[in-house]
Structures are given as structure tokens and as C-alpha cells.
Ligand binder design. Sequence first.
Ligand SMILES: Cc1cc2nc3c(=O)[nH]c(=O)nc-3n(C[C@H](O)[C@H](O)[C@H](O)COP(=O)(O)O)c2cc1C
Length: 181
Amino acid sequence: MSKILVLHSSRFGQSIKIASAINDELIVRGLETQFGPLNVATAPNPAVHDALVLVASVRYGHFDKLAYDLVSRYGWWLERVPTLLVTVSLTARKEEKRDPAVHSYTRKFLDETGWVPTHTEVVAGALEYPRYNLLDKLAIQMIMTMTKGPTDPETMVEYTDWDRVEETADEFADIVTAARA
Ligand SMILES: Cc1cc2nc3c(=O)[nH]c(=O)nc-3n(C[C@H](O)[C@H](O)[C@H](O)COP(=O)(O)O)c2cc1C
């Protein structure tokens, strides 16, 4: 059976947790997957993989360069198979910011790369001040001040809507199953 390639691009682990939850649900739905990090060696194999999930976090307004490289190198393949992009971001902690059509970092990434995923989802990540270095902590505190979020340096909070993550996996499982029929 063909496999869905499930990739995560993460700095502090939240995107790994989200990708893992999606991976688990795809398996529950009877689909085979290959799960792993997006790295320089990532190379979808069209003989093995017939769909792609990319779960990637936003840092200072951008996705990791490897996400741009993936689309640049394998755009020809991404056009031919069902694909799911899941953006993980803190602006998405507010429900009205979760619309992929208006989520600025997602729009910018898709506009710049030209990728048109079959399905796009924006998911809220985690705020974990004690894990950040001083500069990152100050920058995030400034952003949180501007957007009326927590600024207490002890804050550890996960905003991820896990029910929505599972629904997203189910929606993508339906898309892949329909494409294979
Ligand atoms: C240094 C830093 C910069 C960030 N920049 C942004 C940003 O520009 N926009 C945003 O929505 N979230 C931003 N975030 C929030 C992350 O996307 C969020 O914490 C996410 O859960 C991180 O996922 P990861 O652990 O998989 O990297 C930033 C977080 C950190 C630590």
C-alpha cells in the first residue's frame, strides 16, 4: 500500500506533537504513513508516497527555510498528490485568526512558494516562556503585549485545539481515500 509522508518542522516540539496526533489518526483510519522530521535529506519517493502532510511552526513571521526548499525541489510532485499544510502559530490562539485565507504567515508562504495544498489548516501552538532564551522571551513578551496575551515569564500554556487537529486528520484521510479510489 502507498504511504502518506507526514513531516514536521519544529523548534520546541509542539509541531511534532501535532504531526504525531495527525499521524496516529491517519493510522486509525487504516492508512499507512511514514513519519519524520523535515530535514535536508527529506526526499518524497513517488514510488512509495502518494500524499504529504507538512506540520510547520512559524518563527518571527516565517516558516523554516527547509519548508521553502521542500516546495522548491518537489513542487512538481506536490501538484500531483493530495497535500495537507498545517501551520502552527501563536496568533492562531484567537479563533478569528485561524482562517488560512487570512492567516498572513500562511498566505505569505503559499504566495511565495506557489504551493496550493489540497487542504490547509492553521492551528494554535504553545507559549512556553521558561524554555526561551532571553532575546526570544523579550520578543515574544513584546508581541504578547501588543496582542493582549500573557507576559508572565513563568507562563507555559498550550492553545492547541486537539479536537480540531483530529478532525483535520479525518478530513485529510477522506481526501486521500477518495483520491485512491
Ligand atoms: C522565538 C519565537 C518566535 C515566534 N514567532 C512567531 C510568529 O512570528 N508568529 C506566530 O504566530 N507565532 C510565533 N511563535 C509561536 C510559535 O509558532 C509557537 O510557540 C509554536 O507552538 C512553536 O511550535 P514548535 O515548538 O513546533 O516550533 C514564535 C515562538 C518563538 C519561540
